[in-house]
Design a protein around this ligand. Structure first.
Ligand SMILES: C[S@@+](CC[C@H](N)C(=O)[O-])C[C@H]1O[C@@H](n2cnc3c(N)ncnc32)[C@H](O)[C@@H]1O
Length: 215
């Protein structure tokens, strides 16, 4: 995004910001600087991606019930997981293939005084038995390679078998995600919403809701 001339210079930006009531450390925070040296991430889990802001905004309008068992897939630093725990008092697990994202997630969970259960697994390793522990799957910006189209399609099939109610996935309309949505037409009951968030951090993209109960 183009910076406006009135944007706060980087040196004056605060080390902690707030997004829908969740505290976030910015890149200039000493904890983040230290973690970046000790835990370089390997599959793009190197920041909070804007799809997470979209997902939080959608969930703000469509809140999950208290104590819902939520699995955030490709959680990265776990912003939406933390939001669901803090705002809706849900029980949340964050799963990611990259173990190096979890120190960032734990640092933010601590800052926000919530607990997120960490799980290091790939999407393919989430079997029916594991998925059966959850009511809702959420994810932000997790369909960025063509191969992830098949991976997520198969994950949805297992989620349906496992009795998961819904999956809610936000994406900045990357092609593999758009292809995945089109592919769901004949297989799952689903909706895709164009979503725009003007502030505090502007973001736009799609929200995919797969309703396994109706599929
Ligand atoms: C673009 S980042 C998004 C992170 C987070 N959802 C957000 O919105 O800030 C994608 C995340 O998915 C994880 N990931 C990528 N492929 C994966 C796979 N096959 N299984 C599990 N996690 C994966 C990456 O490690 C990374 O943390």
């Amino acid at each position: 995004m183009k910076k406006s001339s009135s944007a706060t210079p980087a040196s004056k930006q605060p080390a902690i910001q707030e997004e829908l009531g969740v505290k976030l450390m910015t890149a200039k925070h000493p904890v983040i600087k230290k973690l970046k040296k000790e835990h370089p991430t390997s599959i793009h889990g190197d920041k909070f991606w804007s799809s997470s802001y979209l997902l939080m905004d959608y969930l703000n309008d469509n809140p999950p019930k208290k104590n819902t068992n939520i699995l955030e897939i490709g959680c990265g630093w776990g912003l939406t997981a933390i939001y669901c725990s803090k705002r809706f008092k849900c029980d949340v697990t964050g799963v990611d293939a990259d173990p190096d994202v979890f120190p960032y997630l734990q640092a933010h969970a601590g800052l926000n005084e919530v607990y997120i259960k960490p799980l290091v697994k790939t999407f393919d390793q989430l079997d029916v038995e594991t998925l059966s522990e959850y009511d809702l799957i959420i994810g932000g910006d997790i369909c960025f390679w063509d191969s992830l189209n098949d991976t997520l399609f198969d994950l949805f099939k297992r989620a349906k078998k496992a009795g998961v109610n819904k999956a809610i996935i936000a994406d900045p309309q990357r092609q593999p995600f758009v292809d995945l949505c089109a592919r769901l037409d004949d297989n799952f009951s689903h909706e895709v919403w164009d979503w725009e968030l003007p502030e505090p951090t502007p973001a736009n993209g799609d929200i995919l809701i797969v309703d396994f109960d109706k599929s």
